[in-house]
Design a protein around this ligand. Structure first.
Ligand SMILES: Cc1cc2nc3c(=O)[nH]c(=O)nc-3n(C[C@H](O)[C@H](O)[C@H](O)COP(=O)(O)O)c2cc1C
Length: 191
């Protein structure tokens, strides 16, 4: 395989909003970014329930994909170099495991490693309303440099469809990872 400009680790967990994770994978695929994907067991259920498709269709967008039980995968080690990890969406369960350093599956282990190696980690947590436990876990992670990015619609971007709102949010994730994109209607610009 030809060397790609960036290499990212992406995880999709079983929170609502798996469509954001699928949209992110589509964009990264189109932009030629190397992706290493893990879809949790519960994300497989939510993909089916919310998108009406098999998780395999999302998995096919990745360059490399792993089972969440595969602790021997390259992304389990800090010696695996990458340009950032995104968990989109991120369930409260996975968020709490990461906040506690509890790496019992490949997603939480790869996130733990990303934090210790001081690489970029972006979480798209989804739950509402948020309890003090959720908020404390997010604060703890934000204090060690993790980017907490809830999937909130930017109405100032005037999305006219849900798909547009999803793509605009996806563009803001790409911004955080320094990936040039045209998905965001930037404030102060005509287009
Ligand atoms: C349809 C559906 C929607 C769910 N939505 C959420 C959610 O929005 N946020 C959340 O934290 N958990 C949600 N859950 C529960 C998680 O799937 C559950 O806590 C699971 O253990 C998460 O595991 P994972 O992080 O390894 O994927 C949902 C479950 C189902 C079946």
């Amino acid at each position: 395989m030809q060397k790609k400009s960036k290499r990212l680790v992406v995880a999709i967990t079983g929170a609502s909003g798996v469509v954001y994770g699928a949209a992110l994978m589509e964009q990264l695929n189109e932009l030629g970014i190397e992706t290493h994907l893990v879809i949790s067991s519960w994300a497989k259920h939510t993909i089916k329930a919310e998108m009406g498709i098999n998780h395999q269709q999302v998995r096919e967008l990745a360059d490399y994909s792993y089972s969440e039980d595969n602790m021997e995968a390259p992304i389990s080690s800090g010696s695996f170099l990458h340009d950032g990890m995104i968990i989109c969406p991120c369930s409260m369960k996975t968020l709490s495991a990461i906040a506690s350093g509890y790496g019992d599956n490949l997603i939480t282990r790869a996130a733990d490693v990303t934090i210790k190696e001081k690489r970029k980690l972006v979480l798209v947590p989804r739950e509402t309303p948020l309890s003090p436990i959720h908020l404390e876990n997010m604060l703890k992670l934000a204090q060690v440099g993790v980017i907490i990015m809830p999937p909130v619609i930017g109405f100032y971007q005037h999305p006219s469809t849900l798909q547009e709102a999803i793509l605009q949010f996806t563009g803001r994730i790409l911004d955080l990872l320094n990936i040039p994109n045209k998905l965001v209607n930037r404030w102060g610009r005509e287009s």
